[in-house]
Design a protein around this ligand. Structure first.
Ligand code: ADP
Ligand code: MG
Length: 699
């Protein structure tokens, strides 16, 4: 393999800090930097200069076009390319790019989902530059990360509310930090490192499966004799073809300044994982969107297809995404890292409490932030965290919180009682040894890992909710502590009260067990099993009030988002239903009929030749297959009826419940018969590649 110079290629396609510092004057750089770090409005003259330099840099690096790159509510990214050319008076062309073009774009975006927003307000939307995420070059195009809004300012994308949620947590965390005497902190930022799981399958095999092509997952397929039982794939040796893919992928990502770091095989055959080094939340979100895009693109170059669907194969582990999340100051302090002194630890404990309370108060928001038709197949199955949201802290922290709650000494604090005030809060070491893979929300030493995300989810959604919910806890704490006469006593009382009130969300046991479901119900935790159950909770008064108060969403935006997400759920399942009908009518039933014909022909011929033959195999297979074709016919008719009925429903809440209660069970039922038939039919006569052939297609 060719040797690559990593430091040289890293970020070579990015208009990053290094490039800016080298190409911009000190004044312009300082002004832009202030905008990036402190969210100060950018001067128009500065924008013109930056645009000019950006253009020159892009042209030098082979770009011919530019685009405002944004993240509409479809969940994937969007771009519309414009070339830099403008006609010159002499008949030639000039290459131009102004500050205005950098800052604002007007894509004709009438086909993006808006949940009625654009129809109600203005027909067109506009995109606005997000200077906090670096511009980059992809496919000869300068891509400028942007937010996407309607003319009346309503967000039509995932980035705008994410940036707003970061502002909210920044505002409230700074208030709290001030109370601890941290006057030098200019801003706080949340960081995320998303671990991304995916499947790789051979393109030829993929192309033969209409369900994979149309829906991203297999809608039929009997289990192969060998699945993941042996756990021989997990962290196993990476196959040469996959290794080449990973090397190529890393190089592409590095060029885009994405810190791809860890890669390994996952539990299921053909399943892999890629983790980047963490970065600021909105940058991490942009990077993860790009990573998913590049993963798919590079796979094609290697004759493979990268599946990002949450559950491409029933009965085999699906793919998730772990959202590692922390809060840090511009002075370099990770606020979720236990400190060295009791005082630092008091601050840490308060931030810890803020997260615990946030997760408890807004379980439903976190749950719905990961809700999609695809992810519903994972949550609650014994492979991914349950749909019930709980927090895992590990032994040491749990003991400390217990001690604070009961005013009993913790081993580190000797004879002093917690009640004596903040100085008695314990010293302890960061503990990263404790792991609980079944917890949806686990503390892992200096960060929380939210594990319920699906592999195809944009991480924007969970981080919006997480940031906003934690901002709300901090807001309440700041209000209380700012008024306190004795800060240390008030702080101690507050921490103690939060622990007592939110203890129910803490759970260190097995999240996959039946008992937990019952226990969680006793504790009053919510268990929103499907998207149809979870999404409408976005409009609960408590949730809307909080999100509106922190200016993360407006009321109209919330209504539109709920509608769009539910529409997405309904449309996804509708396409799956139609694909099933298509495959059954055009392929499965005719294939079974051919096989039945052969069996019948064979039986009658054999009986003509000899009266001793019993034809047990032929006859018993024929009998069961014939029952199955009848059952399949009934099941496909029922599904067709449901698809017809779905078309007549025009209330999105009703449609999504219909999908949950009628469509999905009917699809499941149809599949059951077809999968049984697969086991009875000769492989030669079966119309599509089997699970075994797909899962082990990459040699
Ligand atoms: P694990 O073994 O728990 O999955 P790793 O250290 O491998 O832990 O990290 C997993 C992900 O968490 C990586 O993407 C990493 O960059 C990210 N990460 C590590 N520290 C932090 C942090 N302080 N804040 C946010 N993400 C982090
Ligand atoms: Mg992890």
């Amino acid at each position: 393999m060719e040797r690559i110079n990593i430091p040289e290629i890293f970020g070579s396609c990015v208009f990053n800090d290094k490039v800016m510092r080298a190409r911009l004057s000190d004044d312009v750089y300082a002004s832009l930097k202030k905008t990036i770090d402190e969210n100060v409005k950018l001067d128009e003259n500065v924008a013109d200069i930056v645009a000019e330099e950006m253009k020159k840099w892009a042209l030098e690096n082979g770009a011919t076009h530019f685009t405002h790159w944004f993240q509409p509510l479809t969940g994937v990214t969007a771009e519309k390319h414009d070339s830099f050319i403008t006609p010159a008076p002499d008949g030639g062309v000039l290459l131009e790019f102004s500050g205005k073009e950098l800052i604002k774009g007007e894509p004709d975006a009438s086909s993006f989902p808006s949940g009625g927003l654009r129809a109600t307000f203005e027909a067109r939307g506009y995109t606005a530059w997000d200077p906090t995420s670096y511009a980059f070059i992809k496919d000869h195009t300068l891509c400028i990360p942007t937010a996407f809004c309607s003319y009346s300012g309503e967000a039509l994308d995932k980035k705008t509310p994410l940036l707003r949620s970061m502002q909210a947590i920044n505002r409230e965390a700074k208030r709290v930090l001030k109370l601890f005497g941290n006057e030098d902190v200019k801003y706080i930022k949340t960081s995320v490192g998303p671990e991304q799981e995916y499947f790789l399958v051979d393109q030829e095999v993929y192309d033969k499966r209409p369900d994979l092509v149309y829906t991203g997952r297999t809608l039929f397929g009997a289990m192969p004799p060998k699945g993941q039982e042996l756990d021989d794939h997990y962290f196993g040796v990476i196959k040469p073809r996959v290794a080449e893919y990973m090397a190529d992928l890393n190089e592409e990502l590095w060029k885009l300044g994405i810190l791809a770091k860890t890669e390994h095989n996952e539990v299921a055959p053909a399943q892999h994982e890629l983790a980047p080094i963490y970065s600021t939340t909105n940058v991490a979100t942009d990077s993860n969107q790009l990573t998913m895009e590049i993963m798919k693109k590079v796979a094609r170059r290697h004759g493979m297809v990268c599946l990002l669907h949450e559950k491409p194969f029933a009965g085999v582990n699906g793919s998730g995404k772990h959202n590692n999340w922390s809060i840090g100051t511009d002075t370099g302090v990770n606020l979720l890292s236990p400190g060295k002194t009791p005082y630092e630890n008091a601050q840490f404990l308060l931030f810890l409490c803020a997260v615990i309370q946030a997760v408890d108060d807004y379980q439903d928001l976190l749950r719905l932030s990961v809700a999609t038709a695809g992810n519903d197949h994972r949550l609650g199955a014994d492979e991914a965290p349950p749909a019930i949201i709980s927090v895992f802290l590990g032994d040491e922290l749990t003991e400390i919180l217990e001690a604070i709650k009961n005013d009993t000494p913790y081993q580190g604090t000797e004879e002093e009682k917690m009640k004596l005030g903040v100085h008695a809060l314990p010293r302890f070491a960061k503990d990263t040894t404790d792991r609980n893979r079944t917890s949806p929300f686990a503390f892992t030493g200096n960060k929380f890992e939210f594990r319920s995300l699906g592999s195809a989810n944009s991480i924007a959604c969970s981080n919006i909710m997480l940031n906003a919910a934690v901002a709300e806890s901090l807001h309440q704490y700041a209000n209380e502590l700012e008024k306190a006469e004795n800060f240390e006593e008030a702080l101690h009382d507050l921490i103690k009260r939060v622990i007592t009130e939110h203890e129910r969300i803490l759970f260190d046991g097995n999240g996959y067990g039946e008992e937990w479901i019952k226990e969680a119900e006793r504790r009053g935790l919510s268990n929103l099993k499907t998207t149809a159950d979870a999404m409408p909770r976005l409009l609960d008064k408590k949730n809307m009030d909080m999100l509106i108060k922190h200016k993360v969403f407006t009321e109209t935006e919330l209504h539109s988002r709920c509608e769009i997400m539910l529409e997405n759920y309904v449309k996804t399942v509708n396409i799956e239903g139609l694909t099933m009908v298509d495959m059954v009518r055009k392929n499965y039933l005719p294939a079974m009929e051919r096989y039945l014909f052969r069996l019948a022909q064979t039986t009658s011929l054999m009986r003509k030749v000899s009266d001793k033959v019993k034809c047990n195999y032929e006859v018993s297979t024929m009998e069961r297959m014939s029952e199955l074709t009848d059952a399949i016919l009934e099941a496909v008719k029922a599904l067709e009826d449901a698809l017809g009925k779905l078309k007549t429903l025009d209330n999105i809440f009703e449609s999504s419940e219909f999908v949950r209660d009628e469509m999905l069970p009917k699809m499941e039922n149809l599949r059951k018969y077809v999968d049984e038939a697969e086991m009875l039919t000769s492989q030669r006569d079966w119309p599509f590649p089997s699970y075994g052939q797909i899962l082990f297609s990459v040699k």
